[in-house]
Write a protein that binds this ligand. Structure first.
Ligand SMILES: Cc1ncc(COP(=O)(O)O)c(C=O)c1O
Length: 408
């Protein structure tokens, strides 16, 4: 397998040649990534040439609509699902909120939903609120020491009343990659649907959602080098079963049923740039020229191999330090490069110290309050989070490790 050409990768991100960002090593990617050039180019073209109401007969409008359609066609193909099984909404939090309203109407009092305490609040709070309507909420709890979710514990929470199981592909503080296919099979065997928050996983290589198997898969394009959009896969069987949440006359269009907000035309169109970027990486590295999901799988593995190689030294540098606790696995192959450290002091000021050394990182609870509490970390003290992606270089890792040596 070829290795990632990091110079080629970085040339696709204008941020790396931006004078005001020189010398700054970016380690808050789990909050929001840099944007790749194909997305920026498409956004600029849309705003300068196509910023009219789409789907009308004049050229600018026709091109606008075609580009929005292209984004859905190509991204759905990359994700291994049908075109109308992918919708764009304002954000993942908004998307889960709308989905929860649909489940609220569809479910009956006494039926149950499983949520975790590993999730970001976006895939937790909206579901928990269904308790107000008599839905039983069962919590799948993490191990307080490791932060792990054990699939065997899930089995004990399932019965004929369970309609939905919600969990993250990867938590934004624990970083461990959950076995989505295995968990989905357990939930499906009990007759429950599955909703996966893929926000912390998708930036590390788009998954083939069709092969993974969940009924719902959510991620945020602004963390996958794209515009500020929430991307939501809803498989057909579930999407047609749940009550429509959009205008009544849109009920027959699957990709509109759970996105009542007016679409952000430019940002949806620009999302096609994510597929351009994957194709560029695939072609440059001599990947397969087969279908989109094959190209996506090749690029996924390329990104992942680069990230794992850079991540292990970071984990090795922090795992045995007395003054801190590494959250999640110390084996890079088991996790995303999103590394949370619980310190013996408040994390925010440490992030400020790092900023003075040219390392951009964050400190806080990252909206994973329940996960931190379950592991005995005080949310107001928070964790220092160091997160990177495939475009991060070895030099930046060295800069990070040097800076950590000084602040920890
Ligand atoms: C794991 C995870 N899930 C969900 C969200 C919420 O995504 P959005 O900002 O698109 O609502 C975030 C945002 O940080 C996240 O990290």
């Amino acid at each position: 397998m070829s290795t990632l050409d990091i110079d080629f990768v970085r040339a696709q991100f204008p941020a790396f040649s931006e004078p005001s960002l020189q010398g700054q090593a970016f380690f808050e990617n789990a909050g929001g990534s840099y944007t790749c050039k194909p997305v920026i180019d498409r956004l600029t073209r849309f705003y300068t040439q196509r910023k009219v109401q789409p789907y009308a007969p004049y050229d600018a409008s026709r091109l606008a609509g075609e580009e929005m359609d292209e984004a859905r066609v190509r991204m759905a193909a990359l994700l291994g699902v049908d075109t109308d099984e992918l919708s764009f909404g304002p954000s993942t939090t908004q998307n889960t909120y709308v989905l929860a309203q649909a489940f609220r109407k569809w479910m009956k009092p006494g039926e149950a939903i499983v949520v975790t305490n590993q999730d970001h609040e976006a895939n937790s709070g909206p579901w928990r609120r269904l308790a107000e309507d008599g839905i039983e909420i069962r919590e799948w709890k993490i191990d307080p020491d490791t932060g792990s979710l054990n699939p065997e514990d899930l089995e004990n929470l399932l019965d004929e009343k369970t309609r939905l199981v919600c969990f993250p592909h990867c938590s934004n503080v624990v970083g461990e990659i959950n076995p989505v296919t295995e968990i989905t099979a357990i939930a499906h065997a009990a007759g429950a649907f599955v909703c996966v928050d893929g926000v912390s996983y998708a930036p590390h290589g788009f998954p083939n959602v069709g092969d993974l198997g969940p009924d719902i898969y959510l991620f945020s394009a602004y963390k996958t080098y794209g515009p500020h959009q929430g991307c939501m896969v809803i498989r057909r069987a579930l999407g047609e079963l749940l009550p429509n949440q959009a205008h009544y006359f849109n009920a027959d269009v699957l990709y509109k049923r759970f996105t009542p907000a007016g679409p952000d035309h430019a940002q949806i169109a620009a999302s096609a740039g994510l597929a351009d970027y994957v194709d560029q990486l695939c072609e440059h590295h001599g990947g397969p020229d087969g279908g989109a999901s094959q190209r996506g799988a090749f690029v996924h593995d390329l990104m992942r191999a680069h990230e794992v190689a850079l991540l292990q030294p970071v984990l090795d540098a922090v795992k045995d330090r007395n003054a801190l606790r590494l959250i999640g696995p110390s084996d890079a192959t088991r996790r995303a490069p999103t590394v949370a450290l619980a310190l013996n002091r408040e994390a925010g000021p440490v992030a400020s110290e790092l900023a003075e050394m040219g390392v951009m990182a964050g400190g806080g609870d990252f909206y994973a309050v329940r996960a931190l509490q379950a592991m005995g970390v005080k949310p107001d003290q928070g964790v220092l989070r160091l997160s990177f992606t495939h475009y991060t270089s070895r030099q930046e890792i060295d800069q990070l490790l040097g800076a950590l040596d000084r602040v920890l």
